[in-house]
Design a binder for this molecule. Structure first.
Ligand SMILES: *Cc1c(COP(=O)(O)O)cnc(C)c1O
Length: 239
């Protein structure tokens, strides 16, 4: 399949975008939720700028990337876009400033150290950065994110920075997991959000959870932002 042209991605999205939106609508309705409360973030990582152009033309205005260099490349090729760039990948501390400059919202604040670096970059440009704090709810060692006994305390510390606007929390589920495990992972993030928000106004209500394979369960458990790549743009190249 060669879809590496704007036309190719456009015809792919003609099929996939309504299908993904229908999955979101159906899952929200089944949970008694308003479908418009769930933002679809189209994850264009691993796809060329043509995918971004086709997505914007199709009305998908929230786009996600997970590598600073790749995002910068797409930004410089396209110029300002009529939409928002969501950064969803792990950020090395030394790239925090570049991530802040290139993103509209960062979903992947996965340590206090990174939070500090991002806050400093935001302070330098004198504009608070909208972020989500990533939580390792599954306990898998390979996953990044806040975890353990000091999690709530650390979350409070991060949220106290005047240069970070913590709009919510983010998590990733184990890649291969039974529905029960997924529900527990996502439900755990929602419970944490409720607990933290009952004692501070500095953490917002967004819950970034759900990908191609688990968006229904995530929405049932309260997701407000699903991050979808494969179901929209097809398989990614390995490069
Ligand atoms: C790649 C990625 C996604 C999208 O995954 P798909 O399974 O292709 O929908 C979502 N979130 C994060 C953090 C990712 O890295």
């Amino acid at each position: 399949m060669t879809v590496a042209t704007v036309e190719g991605y456009a015809s792919l999205l003609e099929e996939t975008l309504p299908r993904v939106r229908a999955r979101i609508t159906e899952a929200a309705r089944a949970a008694g939720r308003d479908p418009s409360a769930v933002t679809l973030v189209g994850v264009t990582k691993g796809h060329p700028v043509e995918a971004v152009q086709a997505a914007l033309a199709a009305g998908l205005h929230d786009l996600g990337e997970n590598r600073v260099g790749e995002l910068e490349g797409k930004r410089s090729a396209l110029g300002p876009i009529p939409g928002r760039w969501h950064f969803i990948g792990h950020i090395q501390s030394r790239k925090a400033g570049r991530a802040v400059a290139a993103s509209d919202v960062i979903h992947s604040i996965d340590s206090r150290k990174l939070a500090g670096k991002v806050a400093r970059a935001a302070e330098e440009r004198e504009e608070p950065m909208p972020v989500l704090v990533q939580v390792n709810t599954s306990g898998e060692e390979a996953k990044s994110g806040l975890e353990g006994e000091r999690l709530v305390e650390e979350l409070h510390e991060i949220a106290e920075s005047p240069w970070l606007r913590v709009i919510g929390l983010m998590t990733m589920a184990p890649f291969v997991a039974e529905e029960r495990v997924l529900a527990k992972t996502f439900g755990g993030l929602r419970a944490l959000s409720e607990r933290v928000r009952s004692v501070t106004e500095q953490v917002g209500p967004e819950l970034s959870m759900g990908m191609t394979n688990d968006l229904e369960i995530a929405i049932r458990e309260g997701s407000t932002m699903v991050r979808i790549g494969t179901a929209l743009f097809g398989e990614r190249g390995t490069a």
